[in-house]
Design a protein around this ligand. Structure first.
Ligand SMILES: [Zn+2]
Length: 418
């Protein structure tokens, strides 16, 4: 069984037209006019195939095919929001894959024993409030109403208010929490946003685990002084201290931690940030990820030790603050096995891999059996206009997911009475 790729690409082209930055990538923030247009387009397509559409309190779209079967659904989908000047494929591909799969199941009159539910999560990218996967987190009951009133965007508007202004019944957030047993399985098709599949020339990635992560904020205080008149031995230079720490983080992640460990310093601020002044203060963030908790711990330990040593050596005052943490999520072996069996059955060229990026599906861990399928990203690029996955690769991913869904939700033959 195959999807109709030209019909799906037509949907994709239509929705990527809803951008606030034409000519410079896709910008489709949740709760924006572009989001509204994308939703109207999706609702029209869902209406054509008679889906039962529900939009929950935070704006997640949940559209069910075969609701009358009255059983836990097989959920498929992703998110349809973007970062600023983002790509065409991140998130949207998974949502449109779900739509196309349901269309094919309906056209082919496949008899189901369970409903199929399309999901499109809101505010996955954190573009409004700086909190990624907000829609799926609210769906999983990770925030209460009080918190939704206190989380604000840079203009001071709360999640609660923003959702209300968009016409959502945010006051029902707690009522709309996904209940255990409501969904039998959730499978998300997503672009890899990395280069593993491309470098190994595989068309499908079956995700086994999503890396856990820790984010630390390091603050180093020194003694600001004149860059010309202060002899080197009399300096307490926080920038030089930060440089030593950053170098050591990279060295530890590359050479001493596990092969799966990655560590990054992607944000640094210096005060007063003037070329001829020894800085007073340097702040930077360290992002450490690994599917093995041990790898994250090794770099965390090395970071703490090196910060202490450097501070003592150069008379600096330092603090380390843990600002974010998430555990490794192992995906369901039932779903991994089902995807692998189906991939073998239909001769897809697949690879089992781990994800360094967190996705909506991970938020539903513990509520349902979760699985993820990756399709290649050219050059590993994402969150930019250059993001690219070929039509052929999209079709392969969707065809596999279609057959996985069919295998999971198809009417099992009744046992013969002897
Ligand atoms: Zn995404």
């Amino acid at each position: 069984m195959e999807i109709n790729i030209s019909r799906m690409m037509n949907d994709l082209e239509n929705i990527i037209g809803f951008t606030s930055t034409p000519g410079n990538g896709c910008t489709r923030f949740s709760y924006s006019q572009e989001d509204r247009k994308a939703r109207e387009y999706l609702f029209a397509r869902m209406d054509e195939i008679g889906l039962d559409v529900k939009v929950d309190a935070i704006g997640n779209i949940r559209a069910t095919y075969g609701k009358e079967l009255n059983k836990p659904s097989i959920m498929i989908g992703s998110h349809h929001d973007t970062v600023k000047n983002g790509g065409k494929f991140d998130g949207l591909t998974g949502v449109l894959a779900a739509l196309e799969i349901i269309r094919v199941l309906k056209e082919e009159e496949v008899e189901l024993s369970q409903p199929i539910e399309l999901v499109s999560f809101a505010e996955e990218e954190g573009s409004n409030f700086g909190i990624t996967m907000l829609g799926s987190k609210v769906c999983a009951g990770k925030y209460d109403l009080e918190e939704l009133e206190s989380i604000k965007n840079p203009e001071g508007i709360s999640v609660y208010q923003k959702a209300k202004d968009f016409g959502l019944a945010i006051e029902n957030a707690e009522r709309d929490i996904l209940q255990k047993g409501e969904v039998d399985a959730m499978i998300e098709l997503h672009i890899e946003q990395g280069q593993v599949l491309e470098s190994q020339q595989k068309s499908i990635g079956i995700v086994q685990a999503i890396a856990g992560m820790r984010t630390y904020k390091i603050t180093i205080d020194g003694d600001s002084n004149h860059a010309g008149t202060t002899p080197m031995h009399l300096r307490s230079d926080p920038m030089a201290g930060a440089a030593e720490v950053i170098f050591h983080i990279r060295k530890t992640a590359r050479e001493a931690a596990l092969p799966t460990t990655v560590a990054t310093v992607g944000k640094i601020e210096c005060k007063p940030n003037i070329p001829n002044v020894i800085p007073q203060k340097v702040e930077f963030y360290v992002d450490i990820r690994d599917v093995e908790a041990e790898g994250v711990q090794m770099v965390s330990n090395a970071l703490a030790e090196r910060v202490k040593e450097v501070s003592e050596e150069h008379s600096l005052k330092s603090t380390i603050e843990l600002v974010g943490e998430s555990d490794t999520v192992k995906l369901s072996s039932r779903i991994i096995n089902q995807i692998e069996e189906t991939a073998k059955e239909h001769q897809f060229d697949y690879l089992k891999l781990n994800s360094g990026a967190v996705h909506d599906t991970a938020m539903l861990s513990g509520l349902t059996d979760i699985g993820m399928l990756f399709i290649p990203s050219k050059g590993g690029k994402s969150h930019c206009p250059e993001e690219y996955t070929s039509e052929k690769e999209i079709k392969a991913g969707c065809d596999l997911l279609l057959n996985v869904v069919r295998n999971l939700a198809c009417k099992k033959p009744e046992k013969q009475e002897i």
